[in-house]
Write a protein that binds this ligand. Structure first.
Ligand SMILES: [Zn+2]
Length: 223
């Protein structure tokens, strides 16, 4: 009995002293975290458009860039889509028309994965070309999602230096029905000509995902 206990203790102390996980943790700030990335729209649904510039393409590219950054930081990532298609036909049991089934499937996936956070990526558009600026939305009565949204909004404000928008409650199904901290990032207005040009630019896209990544890190650090 004592010998068994002693060997169990030895095993525990060996595991605790094993240098690998600790070293990995120190150099990988998102070690052990699971993050879901949800690039909006896809397939027959282009989302917001301006000429040949389509929301579905912008957010898919942002999704890949974000996945790369998060993966390099040690996170496990899932993407709701990795190609130009929607998710409407993935689960025939889901009710409603194409758009509704697409959204319901995204929520279903996120809830299956049970990530530490889910990030839905979109591009904004409005009738007037005046408005611009990235903005983060979160579900009502959800303090963790609110804290995550504010951390990402602050980071976007700091990194992009072109918006004074604030994080806001949003009424979206992906926010209301995902059972994890979840935010929807509207990365900018395609209806504003200057911002549309920025959204088409690779360096600017990299800045956006860098900002999202830093915000996520601030949130995880409890800031
Ligand atoms: Zn959208």
């Amino acid at each position: 009995m004592w010998r068994k206990l002693a060997s169990a203790l030895l095993l525990i102390s060996l595991l605790a002293c094993s240098p690998q996980p600790k070293a990995a943790q120190a150099s990988l700030p998102l070690w052990g975290k699971v993050i879901a990335i949800d690039p909006g729209h896809g397939g027959p649904d282009p989302g917001a458009t301006r000429g040949t510039l389509l929301e579905k393409d912008i957010v898919l590219d942002l999704g890949f860039r974000l996945r790369q950054l998060l993966g390099n930081a040690g996170a496990v990532t899932f993407m709701t889509r990795e190609s130009d298609g929607d998710l409407a036909d993935e689960n025939p049991a889901l009710p409603g028309g194409r758009k509704r089934r697409d959204i319901l499937r995204r929520v279903e996936l996120i809830n299956e994965w049970q990530p530490d956070a889910a990030l839905s990526l979109h591009v904004n558009a409005i009738g007037s070309s005046r408005w611009r600026g990235a903005q983060v939305f979160y579900p009502p009565d959800d303090p963790e999602s609110e804290r995550l949204a504010k951390a990402i909004q602050n980071s976007l404000t700091r990194v992009l230096q072109n918006t004074n928008r604030v994080a806001k409650v949003g009424d979206y199904r992906v926010l209301n029905d995902s059972r994890c901290p979840v935010v929807l990032v509207e990365v900018g207005f395609i209806s504003n000509p200057e911002e549309a040009a920025l959204l088409a630019n690779e360096n600017y896209r990299q800045k956006i995902v860098w900002a999202i990544y830093l915000g996520l890190q601030d949130w995880l650090a409890g800031n």
